[in-house]
Design a protein around this ligand. Structure first.
Ligand code: NCD
Ligand code: ZN
Length: 395
């Protein structure tokens, strides 16, 4: 256990300017044919015969809400369908202390539209100077439900994260004592490790040694994207969980790169090859209790996505449930959707499942195409799964 490798510079572009979307004629001319996103499973199985689905109200175990004008614009997209969410702390500056988490929770609740119910589950951003006593107090007060480990330089706003894991061992020991989960962004940052290998290398060189050193530590592998991640989560026993995003069940790396570069499919960890996407679909639809939904819905302004150094993140809050119902139907696993969205996550975090419900109804005509969310800073593009959606969440 030690360093994650030298941290590259931040990935957030400065002084971004907007450019056109959809892709220009040049891009189309370079062979930008549509790539079918429909799973091979859809070809293997007839459609499920169910047309209505009632689920306990889902929770999102990995969500970016941001702050200010962006928070105001995106919060209703989640609160409309989800009862609770683990809110990521990677603001600028990050949410490090209990007091900062309390203030951020108050801002989230103040941004919630009248008549909507939503419970933000707060997290602290782990730094090399985090105070174990502050973490313990924030947990004891009921405010904080997890601490987030970002290897410095691994993703958006991770510059204040951890470079040397040995520096945070006292905090991790305290968390193991009190049963407070560590949410892990599981990628090494070393420039000589290929970006498609960074999750698998992290598991072998950082995560597994860490868990052996601190066997009582409860860990969530955030947004697993590989067959290796799925296998490691399955083998980890009751103190190891893994979130899976909506978009990683839908896209592989070809969808980002083949036939023109598609910035709205770029996120971290980056989508891998098709065999990994299929492993993720098998995991999410398996019903295994270690797997639960963390959308990693991560809004960025279009001007910063469609950019020479575009930000990482897919914004899926708006249509996640419709997409998941589609995916689970293709996999003939609609009866396991509730475990993934509404039961396994609360069980891992030691919280009761929600008692209210959501109803999804399969329409005979496709739902309107995903559009953009307007913010006072500019538009945010909603993730386009690339296939028609039929499952509508009833109001
Ligand atoms: C996230 C963001 O934009 O904050 N981006 C992403 O691609 N997932 C950060 C993260 O979870 O890695
Ligand atoms: Zn995230």
């Amino acid at each position: 256990m030690g360093t994650f490798g030298p941290a590259p510079g931040g990935s957030t572009p400065q002084g971004a300017t907007a450019r056109g979307w959809p892709p220009s004629a040049d891009c189309q001319a370079s062979g930008g044919a549509e790539i079918p996103l429909e799973s091979p499973a859809a070809l293997r199985y007839p459609k499920d015969t169910m047309t209505e689905l009632t689920l306990r109200r889902p929770d999102d175990w990995h969500l970016h809400l941001r702050d200010g004008a962006m928070l105001k614009a995106v919060l209703p997209e989640t609160a409309r369908h989800f009862a609770r969410a683990i809110v990521m702390p990677n603001l600028v500056p990050p949410v490090v202390t209990g007091d900062e988490a309390r203030a951020y929770r108050d801002r989230i609740l103040a941004a919630l539209p009248e008549g909507m119910a939503f419970e933000p589950l707060m997290t602290l951003y782990l730094t090399e100077t985090t105070d174990p006593a502050d973490v313990a107090a924030a947990h004891a007060s009921g405010l904080v439900k997890a601490v987030k480990l970002y290897p410095a330089g691994a993703t958006t706003n991770s510059q204040s994260g951890v470079r040397d894991l040995s520096k945070v061992v006292p905090v991790l020991e305290k968390m193991a004592d009190i049963g407070l989960p560590l949410c892990v962004h599981g990628e090494v940052t070393a420039a000589d490790v290929d970006i498609f290998d960074r999750e698998a290398v992290f598991i072998d060189s950082v995560l597994d040694p860490l868990r052996r050193q601190l066997p009582g530590l409860r860990v969530v592998m955030e947004h697993v994207t590989t067959a290796e991640g799925v296998a490691y989560a399955r083998s980890g026993g009751p103190d190891l969980g893994a979130t899976i995003t909506t978009h990683h069940l839908v896209i592989n790396r070809n969808h980002i790169l083949a036939g023109g570069i598609r910035p709205h499919y770029y996120c971290l960890p980056v989508a891998k090859r098709e065999s990994h996407r299929l492993a993720l679909r098998a995991a999410a639809t398996s019903g295994d209790t270690c797997f639960f939904l963390g959308t990693d819905s991560a809004p960025h302004l279009d001007a910063l996505k469609e950019h020479a150094c575009g930000c990482a993140g897919c914004f899926t809050a708006t249509n996640t449930l419709s997409i998941l119902a589609h995916v689970f139907e293709e996999e003939q696993a609609l009866d396991r959707l509730e475990a993934f969205t509404s039961l396994n996550g609360p069980a891992f975090y030691g919280l009761p499942p929600n008692t209210t419900r959501v109803r999804l109804v399969r329409q005979s005509a496709p739902l309107p195409q995903p559009g953009k969310i307007a913010t006072s800073l500019g538009p945010v593009t909603v993730f386009d799964p690339g296939f028609a959606l039929y499952w509508k969440v009833e109001p």
